[in-house]
Design a protein around this ligand. Structure first.
Ligand SMILES: [Zn+2]
Length: 222
């Protein structure tokens, strides 16, 4: 065990400085101090099956999209959008896993900010409509997957994610406005977003109805 002469305490574990005052400890006085108090636990997400499945699915999706595009060329280079979609989804996931606190809130902030930025960027560069055509609906759908996978991997309690699941489900329905007001040129990302959101919301309401009621009651102080 090491000894801090400043605080006059013994310090357990393999520490370089005193946890109380920050003074550098003189070093070990015996063999017994070498053991760490806490066992070193490898981060669980590195070996989690869901992550491996997602990595595999991303690779397959990319390969397929480029192959289909090569065989059936279209005027829009949509595999590139798929690539950017996947990159941003993975960036979000990495940020989310690294920032463990308020994970779900963090995801919702990312989605909101990125959607807003893409619309501003699109508008600023002569409004070609790609933000509403692709970015916004893809972000909403990706967020649902990221939220779901995060909740599973992190083994979050329903109360930690339910509000954000609901919020994202509701956001995902917004592209119905793009469709109704004819704001977009490419329909399928928005259609997919609305469809996935409705399925996602109904799944939450059907399977997590009780948790939603409890959480809403708490938040609204009903
Ligand atoms: Zn000390």
């Amino acid at each position: 065990m090491q000894y801090c002469s400043h605080c006059q305490v013994r310090v357990r574990g393999n520490k370089k400085d005193c946890p109380l005052c920050g003074n550098i400890l003189p070093g070990d006085d015996g063999a017994c101090g070498q053991q760490e108090i806490y066992p070193v636990v490898p981060p669980f997400y590195e070996r989690h099956l869901a992550l491996r499945i997602m990595i595999f699915a991303s690779v397959v999706a990319l390969v397929v999209s480029f192959v289909v595009y090569a065989l059936f060329p279209s005027s829009i280079n949509w595999p590139v959008f798929a690539l950017f979609g996947l990159i941003s989804m993975w960036l979000s996931l990495i940020i989310v896993i690294k920032k463990r606190h308020h994970i779900t809130k963090n995801i919702m902030w990312q989605v909101t900010i990125l959607s807003f930025l893409s619309v501003v960027w699109d508008w600023g560069t002569g409004w070609r409509g790609w933000s509403l055509d692709f970015v916004v609906p893809i972000l909403f759908v990706s967020a649902m997957f990221v939220l779901y996978v995060t909740a599973k991997i992190m083994k979050l309690r329903a109360r930690d994610y339910i509000t954000y699941f609901l919020l994202d489900g509701l956001l995902g329905i917004i592209p119905v406005i793009f469709l109704l007001f004819d704001w977009i040129h490419v329909l399928y990302p928005s259609v997919i977003s609305v469809a996935v959101s409705i399925i996602f919301l109904s799944a939450i309401l059907i399977f997590q109805g009780e948790n939603i009621k409890a959480e809403l009651a708490k938040r609204m102080h009903i």
